[in-house]
Design a protein. Structure first.
Length: 178
């Protein structure tokens, strides 16, 4: 579902706006970096592999994926993205997904934005549950979810294919009532 009114990012000098096809090249550029790629389940061989996602992001269907671009206002560059997939209107739930260019790591930005966007989603979309799954090797993302008051719910063995091989993921969730 197209996002028309993103929240304030919570990070001075950075704004959230709907992701657009103009973000394709810079998004792929940092997703393809080994230090990013190794801890994700992305199966990317070129930026064209991301193109079909934009159809979902531009959809007006209630259960479609939603994604925002995090823009560094001073440099006018894409710093990261955040949004939701596996959206269920019936269950009033979604899975949060985010990524950040390594040049912005270590500043607490992922935590701030994850927390802001999760709270916003409870109010804006009426979700009762926002969950996050992280590849068991992705300790940085796991720490982000913990700092954002997501509770560990368990290990999902062979949950998603990671470049052709089964991958174990840790499940975290935050409820509106938490």
């Amino acid at each position: 579902m197209r996002i028309d009114s993103p929240p304030d990012s919570g990070c001075p000098g950075f704004i959230l706006r709907p992701i657009s096809r103009e973000d394709l090249e810079p998004w792929y550029a940092y997703l393809a970096l080994p230090e990013v790629f190794q801890h994700t389940s992305w199966n990317l061989s070129s930026q064209n592999d991301l193109l079909p996602l934009f159809d979902f992001f531009e959809s007006t269907a209630v259960n479609s994926a939603r994604r925002m671009a995090l823009i560094d206002e001073k440099r006018q560059v894409l710093a990261g993205t955040i949004g939701f997939h596996t959206v269920s209107d019936v269950n009033r739930s979604a899975e949060i997904a985010y990524d950040l260019s390594p040049s912005y790591w270590g500043r607490g930005m992922a935590t701030t934005i994850c927390d802001v966007v999760t709270s916003w989603a409870f109010e804006h979309y009426g979700f009762n549950r926002v969950q996050g799954t992280v590849l068991e090797t992705n300790s940085r993302s796991e720490a982000v979810l913990r700092r954002c008051s997501f509770s560990f719910e368990g290990l999902l063995r062979d949950y998603r294919s990671v470049r052709g091989a089964p991958g174990n993921f840790k499940m975290y969730a935050r409820l509106k009532a938490d």
